[in-house]
Design a protein around this ligand. Structure first.
Ligand SMILES: Cc1cc2nc3c(=O)[nH]c(=O)nc-3n(C[C@H](O)[C@H](O)[C@H](O)COP(=O)(O)OP(=O)(O)OC[C@H]3O[C@@H](n4cnc5c(N)ncnc54)[C@H](O)[C@@H]3O)c2cc1C
Length: 295
């Protein structure tokens, strides 16, 4: 089944996708904004404290709610479609987005702003396991009564510890050398034991059995009741996009009818303001291209 066509499809309703929708509406373009979440805002909902967004915003959810109000204001030209894009295709005349619901939607242009997602432990090159562990950032401290073993020292660890000052259990954090500089911010936290490792493996028996080799080459093992993943993020690109060697989807390598915006573009520039700017720029690029105007 094919839904009605529109001028522009925007996939991902984080700051980049929402800005693209607002700018598209401001120049009179109709759009469909696709996101599996019932509420726009993307990663903003996970940011408890923010200091680098102009306008006096101090937390992500307040900013996300403001974006939601902005989208309500443009609901006549921008339709919010709660669905997940699974594949994109672009040809000379149009673009098609296949959705998880089985539908597909078509448009003249496409902006993809799907950001990044948490890397699974099975995707981390330094971890051997066939088990899938919940990401640390999704876990509430109140739901945990045991000590934790954490795979990776990526930034959400610091955010999680600061957000849960009363969590009194121990966190044993195994991490690769590449995470060492990120671990600096939590090195002094008495709840944390950092173990830099070359590699680690995890298997399930009664508890989780973790074996590892430290950076110094010393083998070690531990048993854990709870293992959580915190191994970093990976671009949430879709089949049909052109990816670089690092998995990111640079805007200048896509089909002329397809733009990428926000965190999906590259590992650098991953900030709210840059996402917002790139989404706006992508929408204006589409507008100029549709009018054959030079920029
Ligand atoms: C814990 C944390 C703290 C942060 N703190 C700050 C900070 O203080 N300051 C700062 O500037 N930045 C901060 N950031 C980074 C900032 O949140 C991101 O740079 C910004 O949100 C990127 O916006 P985006 O629109 O590109 O992606 P996102 O905000 O990640 O939004 C992507 C959207 O795409 C949707 N999506 C994904 N896949 C699909 C699909 N297949 N189909 C449809 N939709 C899909 C998702 O549901 C999501 O809504 C933080 C991030 C995190 C996680």
């Amino acid at each position: 089944m094919t839904a009605a066509t529109t001028q522009l499809i925007i996939v991902g309703a984080g700051p980049a996708g929402c800005s693209a929708a607002l700018i598209a509406a401001s120049v009179g373009m109709s759009s469909i904004l696709v996101d599996p979440s019932p509420r726009p805002g993307g990663a903003l909902w996970r940011i408890r404290h923010v200091t680098n967004v102009p306008g006096g915003w101090t937390d992500g959810p307040s900013y996300a709610e403001a974006l939601q109000r902005d989208l309500s204001r443009i609901s006549r030209t921008c339709q919010y479609l709660q669905d997940e894009a699974v594949k994109v295709e672009a040809c000379e005349e149009e673009v098609t987005v296949a959705l998880a619901s089985g539908r597909s939607i078509r448009a003249e242009y496409l902006i993809i702003a799907t950001g990044v997602r948490s890397m699974r432990a099975t995707e981390a090159t330094w971890v051997s396991t066939d088990l899938d562990f919940p990401p640390l950032w999704q876990i509430t401290a109140e739901s945990i009564r045991e000590d934790l073993t954490v795979l990776g020292a990526d930034r959400p660890l610091g955010t999680w510890l600061r957000s849960n000052p009363n969590f009194a259990r121990k966190l044993t954090v195994l991490h690769p050398a590449a995470d060492s500089y990120k671990a600096d911010e939590i090195r002094a936290d008495p709840r944390v034991e950092l173990i830099p490792v070359r590699e680690a493996s995890v298997r399930r028996s009664e508890l989780f059995e973790v074996e590892f080799t430290t950076l110094a080459g010393v083998p070690g093992r531990l048993s854990a009741a709870v293992v959580l993943a915190n191994a970093g993020s990976t671009p949430a690109g879709l089949p049909g996009l052109v990816r670089g060697d690092d998995g990111y989807c640079p805007p200048d390598r896509q089909h002329p009818r397809v733009m990428t915006a926000g965190d999906l573009r590259s590992a650098g520039f991953q900030r709210i303001v840059t996402a917002t700017g790139s989404g706006a720029e992508a929408a204006l690029s589409v507008f100029y291209q549709s009018r054959e105007l030079s920029r």
